[in-house]
Design a protein around this ligand. Sequence first.
Ligand code: SER
Length: 315
Amino acid sequence: MNVLVVGAGGQIGTELVPHLQKIYGEDNIIAADLRPDVVERLSKGSRALTLDALDLKSYRETVKKYNIDRIYNLVALLSATGENNPLLAWNINMGALVNSLEIAKELNCSLFTPSSIGAFGKETPHKNTPQDTIMRPNTMYGVCKVSGELLSDYYFTRFGVDTRSVRFPGIISNGCLPGGGTTDYAVEVFYEIIRKGEYTCPIPENTYMDMLYMPDALNACTQLMDADPAKLIHRNSFNVTAMSFSPKELFAAITKRVPDAKFHYSIDPVKANISASWPDNMDDSSARGEWNWNPAWDMESMIDDMLSAIKAKQN
Ligand code: SER
């Protein structure tokens, strides 16, 4: 199995590449990113190359050259950045997906492209959000995600391309910071509390959003792609979640471990608006039933691990 990860230098790719190396062997994973400095970093632990996923010709040549069987397309601008430059978000997010789909069709690759809680919108039921429900997002990021889900299902039914995806919630990790997302606060808070002892949160204190700890997110990426296709009723895309909390709940749980920690709020209206339109908590029973999704980390165990990992990093 030869696997290509495009957009490999972001929050997910940075940890997905070593995860894939462990499962499929170090030599079988190629990490690609647009940014030469990031490729330099990636090349310390993996086979890495510079690639612009919007350049169809180079993308196709890379897939041919390395005999790629599976592509993880992680190229995307996140939700808050997308609102600052909606057309750029559309061009990047959809451009990378369309190229990935065409190449997967032509060269017979399976393809994973993450969708998101951002695919939902104000009219979606917010509690126990069903797998199949109203999807009318209010952000460009969400418009791209819903379009991407539809297009990926289209390539599967029309051309038989093996496309699969999950709707990721906020992903909490300590390898590489996310950037420009609405759920980023749940990562940033750990770095700030350890560095400065205080954190100013841009999200209103009672806003609930789903979250996953990175090890579970990585398992979702590989478990779904290795799942028996005969068992999949859905493809693009599965609700997956492991926990749902508000800033207030998260900060109270951090305070139990770091009693001196101080929390303030300075609400970012763009992020507040986006987070209010997303589910409070999703129903992920389809993922559990169709490919045995079963996350291991909850909020308490995630907090313990984040605090010790970031402390160790900063020492
Ligand atoms: N973490 C993403 C964001 O906040 C959601 O998919 O944009």
